[in-house]
Design a protein around this ligand. Structure first.
Ligand SMILES: Nc1ncnc2c1ncn2[C@@H]1O[C@H](COP(=O)(O)OP(=O)(O)O)[C@@H](O)[C@H]1O
Ligand SMILES: [Mg+2]
Length: 235
């Protein structure tokens, strides 16, 4: 059996004053998508920042593709072909679409091939590379952020609440693009969400986080998945 793409075992930690995560365990198989759900303030963003090395861990281990990265700094984690789209991330509105996408790559070499692969998921980008990113609609800008994450052809993608404030039609396009990428390249993903509909559309498995602990998990295809998630998000 191959190593999990991501394996968190009993990760505890948070910020100086506040212990936020109280023993989070999470395992994502290669080629699968997990949705991490939970209400505001439950620790979802803290999980992603802890994985990426922006926050120290007080206990537990983080493994990427079998490698223990628990104590690694962010730049070293990112070099493991991990793409991270933070919750607060914005585009550079004054830069072209091309320059924004270029930021997803370490080098300019290979841009055209990578773009050709990404534009299959997001046809609206076709022929618009020189357009300023700030002229795109809000939904298109979110899709461009995801497209940027895909440019590097990562093995693991972490995305924090990308669907906030988006129309249903854009949410469906994002779900389709992420599933196609998973199918085409076997990319693993951890998608932090509060939109249960999107989570069920895009993910193979779900975990619900409550006060720094995983309180429920399962397959999104299970008959009780939606009910279980809503029950935990209500209280
Ligand atoms: N920089 C910070 N310093 C101290 N506490 C923080 C910081 N950022 C978030 N927190 C706290 O950590 C908890 C979890 O936050 P967060 O991971 O952002 O939750 P979520 O992403 O699920 O909304 C909250 O109680 C929040 O107030
Ligand atoms: Mg958050």
């Amino acid at each position: 059996m191959s190593d999990p793409a991501l394996d968190l075992q009993n990760v505890a930690g948070g910020y100086d004053e506040a212990m936020v995560l109280r023993g989070v365990s999470l395992r994502i198989a290669p080629g699968t998508i997990t949705a991490l759900l939970g209400k505001n303030g439950m620790g979802k963003t803290t999980v992603l920042k802890s994985i990426m090395g922006y926050l120290p861990k007080r206990a537990g281990t983080v493994r990427l593709f079998g490698q223990d990265v628990t104590a690694w700094p962010p730049h070293k984690v990112a070099r493991q072909q991990v793409a991270y789209t933070p919750q607060e991330q914005a585009l550079f509105a004054e830069l072209s679409i091309r320059d924004n996408l270029r930021l997803g790559l370490a080098r300019d070499a290979g841009f055209d091939d990578r773009f050709a692969a990404v534009v299959e998921h997001f046809p609206f980008l076709s022929g618009r590379l020189m357009q300023l990113a700030g002229t795109l609609s809000g939904g298109e800008q979110k899709m461009l952020l995801v497209a940027r994450a895909l440019m590097a052809q990562p093995r693991l993608i972490l995305i924090d609440e990308i669907t906030e404030g988006l129309q249903p039609s854009v949410i469906t396009r994002l779900a389709t693009a992420l599933r196609r990428e998973r199918d085409a390249r076997g990319t693993a993903m951890l998608i932090v969400e509060q939109n249960v509909g999107f989570a069920l559309q895009v993910a193979d498995r779900y975990s619900v986080l409550k006060r720094g602990e995983v309180v429920a998990e399962g397959a999104t295809a299970a008959a009780d998945a939606e009910q279980t998630i809503h029950a935990h998000l209500r209280v």
